[in-house]
Design a protein around this ligand. Structure first.
Ligand SMILES: *Cc1c(COP(=O)(O)O)cnc(C)c1O
Length: 423
């Protein structure tokens, strides 16, 4: 099946007289008829649901759909995108280990890596894409367990050279983990370029209607945990399951099963059936939406590129953008999502004035909504920073992040133009 078909038909399949819409299994628990049947569940001999922290049929349908879209062997929904990155890393790294992370990642991921993982004893080093292979490899240590990057970085909007970093990771027997949130599997399939694990914030384009926070971890099934010398936890007995060995019992599913039965079991950052229903509803129209978001954003970017009040537009779909070549390689039909950044002349005050004068677009701490929304980091997420500190994080005082929605293009552009007139 092609993606649009998978978005509608993968996962839940109604049986004879079954409901056409995916049912919500609003139940914490599932009934079994014998102690033996329950014992088998705890020995991981069967994979039927028994408690919704570890698996729920509604969540499972959506996991199957997302795994099919990414071309993976399995997936696990999580309570948020942050929880997806957390569980993916903790499945392969523990205190004393090290992660190599791209410096252009989502702010929440940056904090998780730079602050919270460090507090947990997992050391993280950041690298720039502009570094040579040798420079990046020099940062890989014997205890390094993964390289992490973002397909289309939020908010930098740079494109990660997945193939290049997959090759570096594999040379050192470690997996490449990709946050594919902004691109979605419709615009990019990181596994096709060598990535081993994908995470998403489903809060963004998967849901797409700003109704549900969520995340997902997807396993390509391609990384050979037994062949690498770096992952003893995959090839030695897990005492919490009577000495079960993940690679022996689950083969290509070793990573995603370990993520669920060990990390999700113990941390509990699971998704609810009701939430999975919303995410599924969003995914059904994802191919249509992401295409239109991208087309509208490109038109807005082109319109603003020569606007006298704007000094710069950042959008990888523009030929002048430093990521343009990579967008051709990694993104379907060169579509680059609905998110772009504009730098308004006049700094912090001008940026604030612009936000205060839009009427249709909604000032919000969100992106990837079906409705146009925007945010001025210098007076919102980064308001505590001085102009100089802002520049150090690559954010100019007049920068506005714009998430272009599915309103009529003429209305979006008129709203922006009218607000710019007031600046
Ligand atoms: C929003 C976002 C996250 C975090 O997701 P939440 O669902 O808000 O926890 C992670 N990565 C990227 C690229 C994001 O945009």
């Amino acid at each position: 099946m092609k993606d649009s078909t998978k978005c509608l038909h993968s996962g839940y399949k109604p049986g004879n007289a079954g409901p056409g819409a995916m049912p919500i299994y609003q139940s914490t628990t599932f009934r079994y008829e014998s102690t033996q049947a329950i014992a088998d569940l705890f020995d991981l001999k069967t994979d039927t649901p028994f408690y919704s922290r570890l698996g729920n049929p509604t969540c499972s349908f959506v996991e199957q759909k997302i795994a099919a879209l990414e071309g993976g062997v399995g997936a696990m929904l999580t309570s948020s995108g942050q929880a997806a990155t957390l569980t993916a890393i903790l499945t392969i790294a523990k205190a004393g280990d090290h992660i190599l992370c791209s410096s252009t990642v989502y702010g929440g991921t940056f904090n998780l890596m730079a602050v919270t993982f460090k507090r947990m004893g997992i050391d993280v080093t950041f690298f720039e894409q502009s570094e040579t292979d040798e420079q990046v490899e020099a940062k890989i240590k014997p205890n390094t367990k993964a390289i992490f990057g973002e397909t289309l970085a939020n908010p930098a909007l740079t494109i990660f050279d997945i193939e290049r970093f997959a090759n570096i990771a594999h040379k050192h027997e470690i997996p490449l983990i990709i946050d594919n949130t902004f691109a979605t599997p419709i615009l990019c399939k990181p596994f096709d370029f060598g990535a081993d694990i994908v995470v998403h914030s489903t809060t963004k384009y998967f849901d797409g209607h700003a109704v549900q926070v969520g995340g997902v971890v997807v396993d390509s099934g391609k990384f050979d945990w037994a062949k690498s010398s770096k992952f003893p936890e995959f090839v030695t007995p897990d005492e919490s399951y009577h000495g079960l060995v993940y690679t022996q019992t689950f083969g290509k599913l070793a990573f995603i099963v370990k993520a669920r039965v060990q990390i999700m079991r113990d941390l509990g950052c699971c998704q609810s059936a009701q939430a999975a229903f919303y995410i599924n509803l969003g995914i059904e129209t994802l191919p249509l939406r992401i295409r239109k978001h991208s087309e509208n954003a490109l038109a807005v970017a082109k319109h603003l590129q020569s606007h006298p009040k704007i000094s710069r537009v950042i959008y990888p779909g523009l030929e002048s953008d430093p990521s343009y070549e990579l967008s051709k390689k990694y993104l379907t039909d060169g579509l680059c999502s609905g998110v772009l950044s504009l730098d308004i002349k006049g700094g912090r005050e001008a940026g604030a004035k612009f936000i205060d004068n839009v009427k249709l677009a909604s000032p919000e701490v969100h992106v990837a909504d079906i409705k146009t929304c925007l945010l001025h980091p210098a007076t919102a997420t980064h308001r505590q920073l001085s102009d100089k500190q802002l520049e150090e994080c690559g954010i100019t005082p007049g920068l506005v992040r714009l998430s272009v929605g599915l309103e009529d293009l003429d209305d979006i552009i008129r709203d922006i133009d009218e607000a710019l007139e007031k600046v």
